[in-house]
Design a protein around this ligand. Structure first.
Ligand SMILES: Nc1ncnc2c1ncn2[C@@H]1O[C@H](COP(=O)(O)OP(=O)(O)OP(=O)(O)O)[C@@H](O)[C@H]1O
Length: 215
């Protein structure tokens, strides 16, 4: 399987944040986006996840076990800066919603809600409302979303923000397991994730005025 980005460019307002970004990631491979605040890392992640339309270029998914015509975004889990959980629902209810909503992509299966909570080290508190949890606990539970339904591509924006060192190590282990099972990782981070063998892409920010690029 393969995630391919071809000559991507994206605009925010008048300006192109980046242009001509291409990469290819196969099973077990990861790419880390680095760069200063505002350099376009989150924007590129959102383009690949299908949440923002690129100005130019395309993202493609190909695999022997799934129909190549499917949109790349269907193969992706996206964990953004925000946790995308309802504060007033319990952790169990939130994760059960995401399990049902995302479903499993061909070729794999998510774990149960209880198992996912265990894997992020919070098995005992899944009955609590999400809003009661600490910032780090909320981030861990948001990560559990990636585990309850199977998607081969994990797109993570600052996944370890608000985490203590133990939780950072837990996340690194879960990401390593994902890669070892043939998953793909695309992440933006200021803190090293502690995962060996990742490619890096440095984002530099302003790439020109969109109209100039089009001309
Ligand atoms: N909706 C928007 N409209 C206009 N400009 C935007 C919008 N969203 C983001 N931007 C701008 O696009 C630029 C890139 O933002 P982006 O969030 O992709 O950067 P980043 O590299 O992820 O930054 P950080 O490291 O702070 O998370 C910033 O200058 C930001 O102000």
């Amino acid at each position: 399987m393969r995630l391919t980005a071809e000559k991507l460019a994206a605009r925010r307002g008048e300006d192109l944040l980046f242009s001509d970004i291409s990469f290819e990631l196969g099973a077990g491979e990861g790419l880390i986006l680095i760069g200063r605040n505002g350099s376009g890392k989150s924007t590129l992640l959102r383009v690949v996840a299908g949440l923002l339309r690129p100005e130019f270029g395309q993202v493609r998914w190909s695999s022997s076990s799934t129909d190549d015509a499917i949109r790349a975004s269907e193969a992706c889990h996206y964990l953004g800066h925000r946790n995308a959980m309802k504060a007033e629902l319990s952790v169990q209810e939130n994760l059960a919603f995401w399990k049902e909503f995302c479903g499993d992509f061909g070729g794999g299966e998510g774990v149960s809600v209880a198992e996912a909570a265990e894997q992020v080290g919070l098995g005992g508190i899944a009955h609590l409302p999400f809003g009661y949890l600490s910032a780090g606990q909320q981030r861990r539970m948001a990560f559990a979303k990636l585990l309850v339904s199977y998607r081969p591509v994990w797109i993570l924006d600052e996944p370890t923000a608000a985490l203590d060192t133990r939780a950072e190590a837990t996340f690194a282990d879960l990401i390593r397991q994902h890669l070892a099972r043939g998953g793909i990782l695309l992440a933006a981070t200021h803190q090293p994730l502690g995962i060996e063998g990742m490619q890096e892409l440095r984002m530099t920010g302003f790439a020109g005025v969109a109209e100039e690029f089009a001309a």
